[in-house]
Design a protein around this ligand. Structure first.
Ligand code: NAI
Length: 246
């Protein structure tokens, strides 16, 4: 049976690797990204490799766009039973200079987006009696990061949302887990390194396995959590961080 998976932020970095991995494992993947061209290109790459995928231009902070996108997935690929909430942005700067518009934008993109996507997709999972949701949070919630109040707050909210949904939907055959990635080589991380938010050598020195993470490290864990075999795992925070936050 072909499962239909929605991966938000699925055109780049971690979301891109998750899209490719779920497709390689046999899912039909709906790549949701605010960058519609990149979503189409990511889906085309999967199709060229023999997988099944379609790209959708969706701003996941916009409820109407999410509803429209999920309806399109239903007619083009089928009813979604896997949802990976991976879209995210970072903004950094001193807390006292953080304006309310920026705070709201980060919360809307990183956390309210998951509220929208879960609320729109869950009724279909409940009707099917099976579902898998993975929320991509962040290892920054373990430690805090100076200058990233909005980001870390949004990602901490993802962990709370995960725990509540796991309790509410466990009896419907739906699992909800969160992966907080730690220090993964992606365009977002490259920007943070270039801006001096993080120092590569120091980060690697502080990582027990001695390397920066790869998007495929997160994708492998996500593939397991969305598989049939992971049906007894729910409400969990599964750190994939090279041993940094044990
Ligand atoms: P990335 O910047 O490479 O990819 C993020 C994707 O999300 C982009 O394709 C972007 O267009 C999309 N996106 C942004 N806003 C959107 C919106 N409103 N609607 C739909 N799509 C939107 O970043 P990366 O590093 O792959 O991050 C993926 C997730 O992992 C993010 O939620 C990030 O916070 C999280 N994360 C990443 C870590 C890392 O070390 N790279 C560490 C911890 C968490």
């Amino acid at each position: 049976m072909t499962r239909v998976a929605i991966v938000t932020g699925g055109a780049s970095g971690i979301g891109g690797a998750i899209s490719r991995r779920l497709a390689a494992d046999g899912a039909a993947v709906a790549v949701f990204d605010i960058n519609g061209e990149a979503a189409a290109a990511a889906a085309a790459e999967i199709c060229a490799e023999g997988g099944k995928a379609a790209g959708f231009a969706v701003d996941v902070a916009d409820r109407t766009a999410v509803e429209t996108g999920v309806a399109q997935v239903g007619s083009e690929l089928g009813s979604p039973s896997i949802l990976v909430n991976c879209a995210g942005i970072t903004v950094s700067g001193p807390f006292l200079e953080l304006d309310i518009d920026t705070w709201n934008r980060v919360l809307a993109t990183n956390l309210t987006s998951a509220f929208h996507c879960c609320q729109v997709v869950l009724p279909e999972m409940v009707a099917a009696g099976w579902g898998r949701i993975v929320n991509i949070s962040s290892s920054s919630t373990h430690s805090g990061v100076p200058g990233m109040a909005a980001y870390v707050s949004s990602k901490s909210g993802m962990i709370g949302l995960t725990k509540v949904l796991a309790l509410e939907f466990g009896r419907s055959g739906i699992t909800v887990n969160t992966i907080p990635p730690g220090f993964i080589e992606t365009p977002m991380m490259r920007g943070a390194l270039d801006n001096g938010v993080f120092d590569l050598d120091r980060q690697v020195a502080n990582t027990p396995v001695g390397r920066i993470g790869r998007p495929e490290d997160i994708a492998a864990t996500c593939a397991f959590l969305t598989s049939e075999d992971a049906g007894y795992i729910t409400g969990q925070v599964i750190g994939v961080n090279g041993g940094r936050n044990t």
